[in-house]
Every structure is written in structure tokens, then in C-alpha cells.
Ligand binder design. Structure first.
Ligand code: NAP
Length: 270
């Protein structure tokens, strides 16, 4: 990848944090965002001339203003990477968890992807690159991950729809939909084993590669691409009778940070 200004939304943990470290170590100019200000500050202090940060909660209506402030402090944005996401086990079914998942993965996702799209359209000559980490779980509805799998399907469909809109509006906005299988991160239950689980450095290497070559859809890794293809070939009456052997996501309550009480990052010294 040539040196780019890349915003990573959800850079405080797991995939987003390791991706931020990797891209910064390769000399990229980054804008990192998420709810945990302390983690963002530490990242900025590690790469002071390359990183700006902003505390952003994508479920809040001030998130777009905070993104705009971050882009301004970076002097622009070439790539927007949306990693932020949550998930809960849907069995037993807890409506509050399902709704929280939708607020982050659907409402927050739409808010931020729209903000990036409009920013590229209005401030970057109609060019840009929007990346989102969705999941193989978006292939079909999965009983144990009902809201999570539905939200990931929404994300994949939304990216495709905006791609069509960009093309018909003659915008040069490219889209990359990253669809990983299990990756060992805090999203998963630390005490459980998951099938074909990948370690972060391996998975993030492949994610960075897909971003660099502007892949339209990238399964992480090829084995999960095969699984998704097999799932998609199964007839619906058969699918709904299957007990998909997914293990549960972490069910610990998500840490809630009131972004309004946090401060945005200062301009990084040049
Ligand atoms: N791990 C897997 O097996 C796997 C597989 C497929 C897809 N994915 C997807 O990959 C993405 C990252 O997951 P991960 O595994 O790296 O999990 P993670 O370690 O829990 O990281 C989630 C990230 O999302 C951010 N986030 C959550 N809610 C947010 C909000 N309201 N506003 C702003 N940021 C928010 C978190 O920031 P704060 O901590 O600062 O709130 C954190 O940086 C998710 O979209 C997930 O669905 C993961």
C-alpha cells in the first residue's frame, strides 16, 4: 500500500487494534477511533507523527461530527475502515442484546458508512475507499447468532447497494467487504474452543492484503470462503433444520463509555 490517510473505526481492540499497529508500523497516516480513549491515546503516543485519534461511539448522533473533526485533523482521508461491531449469543434469546447488536452493527454502521461515503463524494473529488469488516456469519441467518448474523447480512447488502449508487452517480468510491471466520479476539468467549479459529496476526495480515489490493469481497481465510460457499448452496428448508455448530460469542456485558464525556485527541505533532 502506498502511504495513505486511513481512518479505522473500532481501533481499540482485537482486529482494529492489531490492524492499526500493523499499518502504523508500515508508515501509514492513521486516524483511530473507538470508545476507549486510553487505548487510542496510547496508540497515538506510540506513533505521534502518524496517528490522530477521536473518541467515537457509533451509536451516538455526535459520531459523525467527531469523525469529521478527526478527518480535519488528519488533513483528509483516503480510506475509511469500519471494524466496530458487537455480538452476543442469541440462545437464550435476550431482546436487549439483540437490539444492542442492531444499534451498533446496523444503525451505527449505517451512520458511519454514510458519513464516509458523503465525505468522499463532497470533499474528495468523488474518490475514496470504504472497507468494512463484516463476517462469514452474514451468509445466512444463524440461530445461535440471530441478530449478529442478520446485522452482518445487512452490512454486506448495504455495501453492495452503495456501490451501485456510486457507480450510477459516476463516483470513484471503491468498496471492500472483509468476511472473516473465527478470529481469537475479545469478541469471543476466551474459555471456549472454536472451529478453524485464526490468530490475529495471521488474519490481520490477510485483511491488510485485501485492503491494499482493494478486493471487493475477501473471505478470511480461503477455508472460510469454502464454508460460506457451501452454506450458501444449501436449500433453505435444509438450512433451517441444521444445527450450525457455532460456539457462543462473549456474553459479558459490553463496557459502556459515555463518549460525550471523553475528549478528542489533540493534533499529532508533525
Ligand atoms: N473475532 C471474530 O471471530 C470475528 C469474525 C468475523 C467478523 N468479526 C468482526 O470484526 C469486527 C471487530 O471485532 P473483534 O473480533 O476485533 O472484536 P473486539 O475485540 O471486541 O473489537 C470490537 C471493536 O469495536 C469497537 N466498538 C464496539 N462498539 C462500538 C461503538 N458503539 N462505537 C465505536 N466502536 C465500537 C470496540 O471499541 P471500544 O472497545 O473502544 O468500544 C472495538 O474496537 C466486528 O465487526 C466483528 O463483528 C469478528
Amino acid at each position: 500500500m502506498s502511504v495513505k490517510r486511513i481512518v479505522i473505526m473500532g481501533a481499540t481492540s482485537g482486529i482494529g487494534l492489531v490492524l492499526a499497529e500493523k499499518l502504523a508500523s508500515e508508515g501509514m497516516r492513521l486516524g483511530v477511533a473507538g470508545r476507549k480513549t486510553e487505548v487510542l491515546r496510547e496508540l497515538q503516543q506510540k506513533y505521534p507523527s502518524q496517528i490522530n485519534y477521536a473518541t467515537v461511539d457509533v451509536t451516538r448522533s455526535d459520531a459523525v461530527d467527531r469523525l469529521h473533526g478527526l478527518i480535519e485533523r488528519m488533513g483528509g482521508m483516503d480510506v475509511y475502515v469500519h471494524v466496530a461491531g458487537i455480538g452476543f449469543d442469541s440462545d437464550p434469546l435476550v431482546p436487549a442484546n439483540e437490539i444492542a447488536t442492531m444499534q451498533t452493527n446496523v444503525v451505527g454502521f449505517t451512520r458511519m458508512i454514510d458519513a464516509a461515503y458523503l465525505w468522499f463524494r463532497d470533499h474528495h473529488g468523488g474518490c475514496g475507499h470504504i472497507v468494512a469488516v463484516t463476517s462469514v456469519a452474514g451468509t445466512k441467518g444463524i440461530g445461535r447468532l440471530a441478530a449478529y448474523s442478520a446485522s452482518k447480512k445487512f452490512q454486506q447488502t448495504y455495501l453492495r447497494a452503495l456501490e451501485q449508487q456510486a457507480l450510477s452517480g459516476r463516483l470513484k468510491i471503491r468498496f471492500t467487504d472483509i468476511r472473516p471466520g473465527w478470529i481469537r479476539t475479545p469478541l469471543l468467549d476466551a474459555g471456549r474452543n472454536y472451529p478453524m479459529i485464526m490468530q490475529l496476526p495471521y488474519a490481520v495480515g490477510r485483511i491488510a492484503g485485501a485492503i491494499g489490493r482493494k478486493a471487493r469481497v475477501a473471505y478470511i481465510d480461503w477455508r472460510w470462503g469454502l464454508v460460506a460457499r457451501l452454506w450458501s448452496l444449501l436449500p433453505e428448508p435444509l438450512w433451517v433444520r441444521m444445527n450450525i455448530p457455532v460456539d457462543s460469542l462473549a456474553t459479558a456485558p459490553q463496557r459502556r463509555v459515555n463518549a460525550a464525556e471523553e475528549t478528542d485527541g489533540e493534533i499529532a505533532p508533525e
